[in-house]
Design a protein around this ligand. Structure first.
Ligand code: 13P
Length: 253
C-alpha cells in the first residue's frame, strides 16, 4: 500500500534559533496526532538539517530542499547528497518550481540530481507542475508529461519505486489560489496513468503523489480525500505549528 505523507517546505525562512523553536513545537504536537501509516517530513534549509535530525526523535523525517548532481568537487556554495545524508536527513526536494524558475533547473539536470540523491539513499520528492499560462492555454498535460518523461522516467523500476512525487501547480503556490479537489484529482489520476503506462499497475498503485499549492487546514481534508492524492507538500502553513499539525491530523479525521 502506498504511504501517506505530509511534508513541510520551509523554503528560505527561519534562522537557526527560529528553526529549532518551531521544529520543537511541531515534534511535540505531531507526536500525538499522526496515524500509524503516515509519515511527516520537514524540508528545511541546510543550516537546520543536523539539529533537526537530532530533535526529530523518529517522529519526523528531515529533508533538504535541493542537492547537487555531482558527488563532490569545485562547486563553491553547493551541497552534495552525501553531505545531506550525513546530517541524518532522509529526503530531498528535487525540481521545486522555484528551483526551475529562479535557478534555471532543467528536466535533464533534475534527472541527474535524482540519480545522485538515490545513490546516497535519500528519498527524492520530485516536484512537477504547470504555470498559469500553461494551465490557461491548455498545454498542461503535455508539460507535466514532459517533466515526467525527461526528469524521472529514465529510472529503472526499482529506483522509481523509491521516489515520491509532488504535483504543485505553480499558479497555486503562495497565491492562496488552491486547485479544486477535482482539478487536483484529475491531474493526480493523469500522473498515475502515465506511471502505469511506463512501469505497470503495481508500481503506479504504490507511488505516493502529494499535492502542493496553498494547502491549509481548511482545504486539506477535501484534497486528501481524493483517491489519487496521498498527502501534501505544504509551504506557508508549515511555518505555523498549529496549522501544520492540523493538516497532519486531517488523515486521522
Ligand atoms: P504554499 O503552501 O505556500 O503555497 O507553497 C507550496 C509549496 O511550494 C510547497 O513546496
Amino acid at each position: 500500500m502506498r504511504k501517506k505523507i505530509v511534508a513541510g517546505n520551509w523554503k528560505m525562512n527561519l534562522d537557526y534559533n527560529e528553526g529549532i523553536s518551531l521544529f520543537s513545537e511541531i515534534v511535540n504536537m505531531v507526536r500525538d496526532e499522526r496515524s500509524g501509516d503516515q509519515s511527516v517530513v520537514i524540508c528545511a534549509p541546510f543550516i537546520h538539517l543536523n539539529s533537526l535530525s537530532q530533535l526529530a526523535a523518529g517522529v519526523i523525517g528531515i529533508g533538504a530542499q535541493n542537492s547537487h548532481q555531482q558527488e563532490s568537487g569545485a562547486f563553491t556554495g553547493e551541497v552534495s547528497a552525501k553531505m545531506i545524508k550525513s546530517t541524518g536527513a532522509t529526503h530531498v526536494l528535487v525540481g521545486h518550481s522555484e528551483r526551475r524558475q529562479y535557478f534555471a533547473e532543467t528536466d535533464q539536470l533534475l534527472a541527474s540530481k535524482t540519480v545522485t540523491a538515490l545513490q546516497h539513499n535519500l528519498t527524492p520528492i520530485f516536484c512537477i507542475g504547470e504555470t498559469l499560462d500553461e494551465r490557461n492555454n491548455g498545454s498542461y498535460y503535455q508539460v507535466l508529461e514532459t517533466q515526467l518523461n525527461d526528469g524521472l522516467f529514465h529510472l529503472d523500476e526499482a529506483d522509481f519505486r523509491r521516489v515520491v512525487l509532488a504535483y504543485e501547480p505553480v499558479w497555486a503556490i503562495g497565491t492562496g489560489l488552491t486547485a479544486t479537489p477535482e482539478q487536483a484529482q484529475d491531474i493526480h489520476a493523469f500522473i498515475r496513468a502515465k506511471i502505469e503506462a511506463k512501469y505497470g499497475m503495481a508500481v503506479s498503485d504504490d507511488t505516493t503523489i502529494l499535492y502542493g499549492g496553498s494547502c491549509n487546514p481548511s482545504n486539506a481534508a477535501q484534497l486528501f480525500a481524493q483517491k489519487d492524492i496521498d498527502g501534501g507538500l505544504i509551504g506557508g502553513a508549515s511555518l505555523k505549528s498549529r496549522d501544520f499539525t492540523d493538516i497532519v491530523k486531517t488523515f486521522n479525521s
